[in-house]
Design a protein around this ligand. Structure first.
Ligand code: ADP
Ligand code: MG
Length: 615
């Protein structure tokens, strides 16, 4: 028998390698941006079409390439960045594998134009599926322009696997931000079709953070600075009061390379101990400079992980430096930490100011009157037509009150309730209802005592309303007297664009208003605490649900909005407000549990009580 082993042809080998290097448009964007940085560019423009699926173009004013290098750069393992194994331990560049361009050229139509400073003419190369189609001299600006068209044109499985443009664009923006953040000395722009997403001028690290995440970040940052023999740490952490429930802006750079490290994240989280609650995540933008020989960046093909030689000391240094920075900030919170005067942050707006929750109620309202306005106090929409099931629920609830009052049958419990928060004057109904610790509503049913979580009850009511308005696409909107301009981060902006029709069906009236900005003209009826943070708060809840649960967008939005808008624990309620809340709760399809199955009502039967009294 003849031998059967052969070397793979280059184009096949490249296509296989491409699978590892290029998963989606964003991975090509990352590689190309890094190449421009490695070529010492001072200005980099990125243009994508269809979130990079049809076109990714990067234009830089960096070193450019010679005629031969322009051809060589598409060969596998072709790199100018290392020559021998030892160089791996002194890496100053982002690239070194020489795989990116070969991989990209194997799975796309690539056009390269490049010229070095001293050369009169540049080089123009067309390459498709690793085959050079043409190479000729051309006149071009100093630097390099690479266009990557029709990514995965010859790998249909990969192409079909790509997500909707909104999702792919989110990834592109994420990679762009990671590179742009740590290179504030470079001017960057990003266009998505005709739409300018970013235009970042040169500046300081702080200015770059603010340019990417919005002016409000200028007031949220606490500087961190630490020099030791092993490494230096610098950058910013977010003030504790701006910590989020989702892992938001957490950026760690080692030698100007974005990395993910659960270990170092833990160090920072620990530095925030006592300042934020366990389920909150601080934001941070930290950069670390370390002798390249002390780390190994070679452990992950897309290189967002590194291995440190002396991990434990690094952990300790990071933790201490963040803790110290926070300490300084806490002792002297009024100190103005090198505020950038270039930014126009209106100082009279207090972003922290949170209005106390308010509840609207109708003093004329009688919870036991079934007709007409018996619904809607705590809902968003005007009273929808009741189903028979809802009607009977209401009637059941009403019946519950027709039984002898506990006041007579069990004075002890009643006494307890009075001391809880019972306002006699408000008690016009012939049953008792009381609030305990400003978070639970106590009342009775025929067979015993019920305790209702006020926040969850309201969430359930709102959730069912929102689901209904979404299904019927008839969410009522309350128009704002003064429309709100809301500036978002680019990825949140893309997310809102993606969710716009769902938001409309809930009753939001929002429109795009220039770069990363929406104007809110109306919100769903009944939504309280309306401020410019409303979208951010909603999105935060949305993202948290998205990370944990597999929900459709509509369900997730309904949950997020109801959670954001429900009466909070700690809000004091009058007897009438409680009655109407309880009333609406029992008109719900599912009054007993939240959509996540957490209980809303706890019942103590008379039997149980008797037992505890040892009767
Ligand atoms: P690596 O970055 O790992 O070296 P790449 O395949 O990304 O591998 O690039 C191969 C080579 O092409 C680089 O080493 C560099 O010499 C050259 N190159 C790539 N992009 C540029 C650019 N924008 N400007 C100048 N040279 C570039
Ligand atoms: Mg590279």
């Amino acid at each position: 028998m003849s031998d059967i082993i052969q070397l793979l042809p280059d184009n096949v080998a490249n296509q296989i390698a491409a699978g590892e290097v290029v998963q989606r448009p964003a991975s090509a964007v990352k590689e190309l941006l890094e190449n421009s940085i490695d070529a010492s560019a001072s200005k980099i423009s990125l243009i994508v079409k269809d979130a990079g699926k049809t076109l990714i173009q990067i234009i830089d004013d960096g070193s450019g390439m010679s005629v031969t290098d322009a051809r060589m750069c598409f060969e596998r393992h072709a790199t100018s960045k290392i020559k021998k194994a030892d160089d791996l331990f002194a890496l100053q560049t982002k690239g070194f594998r020489g795989e990116a361009l070969a991989s990209i050229a194997a799975i796309a139509h690539v056009e390269l134009k490049t010229r070095r400073e001293g050369d009169e003419l540049g080089t123009h190369i067309l390459i498709e599926g690793s085959q050079v189609i043409s190479q000729e001299p051309c006149s071009s600006a100093k630097g390099t322009s690479i266009s990557v068209k029709n990514l995965f044109y010859n790998v249909p499985a990969r192409r079909n696997f790509l997500k909707a443009n909104g999702v792919e664009m989110k990834h592109v923006i994420e990679e762009f931000e990671r590179v742009a953040l740590i290179h504030p000395e470079v001017e960057f722009s990003l266009h998505n079709g005709d739409n300018e997403v970013f235009n970042l001028k040169k500046g300081s690290f702080r200015q770059r953070i603010v340019a990417i995440f919005g002016d409000k970040y200028n007031q949220r940052l606490v500087p961190v600075e630490e020099e030791t023999d092993i490494l230096s740490v610098s950058g910013f952490v977010g003030k504790p009061e701006f910590a989020k429930k989702t892992r938001g802006e957490q950026y760690f750079f080692v030698n100007n390379r974005f990395i993910k490290s659960a270990y170092l994240n833990h160090a920072i989280q620990l530095a925030f101990e006592d300042l934020i609650s366990k389920d909150q995540h601080p934001s941070y933008f930290l950069q670390m400079q370390i002798d390249p020989s002390k780390l190994d960046v070679n452990i992950h093909p897309t290189k967002t992980e590194v291995k440190f030689e002396d991990e434990r000391s690094i952990y300790a240094i990071v933790r201490t430096s963040v803790k110290q920075a926070l300490g300084k900030f806490n002792i002297a919170p009024s100190l103005d930490f090198e505020q950038e005067t270039a930014f126009n942050v209106p100082h009279n707006i207090d972003l922290n100011k949170i209005k106390p929750p308010t509840i609207q109620f109708d003093p004329e309202y009688n919870p036991f009157e079934l007709e007409g306005k018996a619904v809607g106090r705590f809902g968003t929409a005007a009273a929808p037509v009741k189903t028979t099931r809802e009607k009977s629920n209401l009637e059941n609830w009403q019946k519950l009150y027709d039984f002898p009052e506990i006041k007579e049958s069990n004075p002890e419990i009643h006494q307890q309730l009075i001391s809880a928060n019972w306002d006699e004057k408000e008690n016009t109904a012939k049953h008792f209802i009381a609030q305990l610790a400003n978070k639970y509503i106590l009342t009775h049913i025929k067979s015993g005592l019920v305790i209702i979580d006020q926040n969850r009850a309201h969430q359930r009511i709102l959730y069912e309303r929102y689901i209904q308005s979404a299904a019927l696409n008839n969410g009522n909107s309350q128009q704002l007297l003064f429309p709100l301009n809301v500036e978002l981060s680019s990825s949140d902006f893309e997310l809102v664009k993606e969710l716009k029709s769902e938001l409309n069906s809930l009753g939001f009236d929002i429109n795009e208003f220039g770069k990363n900005t929406f104007v809110i003209n109306g919100v769903p009826t009944g939504v309280e605490n309306i401020s410019e943070n409303i979208l951010e708060e909603l999105l935060e809840q949305f993202k948290m649900n998205e990370a944990k649960l597999k929900l459709n967008k509509q369900d997730n939005l309904a949950r997020s909005l109801s959670r954001r808008s429900a009466i909070k624990e700690g809000a004091r309620m009058t007897a009438k407000e409680m009655e109407s809340l309880v009333d609406e709760l029992f008109a719900c399809e599912m009054p007993y549990h939240l959509p996540n199955n957490k209980p809303i009502i706890i019942k103590y039967s008379l039997d149980e009580l008797d037992q505890r009294f040892e009767k």
